[in-house]
Design a protein around this ligand. Sequence first.
Ligand code: PRP
Length: 213
Amino acid sequence: MLRIAVAKGRLLAAFAEMLENAGYPCDVLEKETRKLVIDAPSAGLRFILAKPTDVPTYVEYGAADLGVVGKDTLTEAQKHVAELLDLGYGRCRMIVAVPEAAGIEQVTDLDFNSRVASKYPNIASAYFRSHGIQAEVIPLNGSIELGPIIGLSDAIVDITETGRTLIENGLLPIADIMESTSRLVANRVSLKVQRAEIGRLVSGLQEVLACES
Ligand code: PRP
């Protein structure tokens, strides 16, 4: 059985639909349950329901053969896993945003040692470093938009999908850092040991992706 680490929620439904279309029956994922390990025996798959940020860890250590994770989380995690496929869904942008009232139009306008709140401290630090900007990155775990509102930070680095959270919190994006979509990743040993099974799954998903485009 191939073990796949996935995060619960809307994006899991998108992945389950892709698997179904690729010929892997996984209606077990539709059932309301608190179980964290769910087997789909007829598909030959075991799903491990993890926190999104932990998916690369399960895969790197071989507790899961495969994982589905956003490129944003994958880049931030800096884990030693093999990226196999861009699944195309879960599209969002990672941006730098500041309060509209700050009158800042570009990152180079930020003051020396500006504070930047982010759930992506590694990406944020690398971005500012590569632009020659001295910034103090403050790691947070969520609701990043609070940073500038309550005076914790001057700016944020976060993902945006519809842009609604930024607008409703008076924030303006001033720079794009990267675009993200969901990715299929693999443990490097599993890739060799379970080469045939993983290859079949990847081919099936590639066919589904080709039909979608
Ligand atoms: C993400 C992100 C933004 C929001 C953007 O938060 O961190 O806050 O979604 O979406 P939008 O552009 O469509 O408004 P998430 O819902 O993952 O929760 P979090 O703030 O706790 O990380």
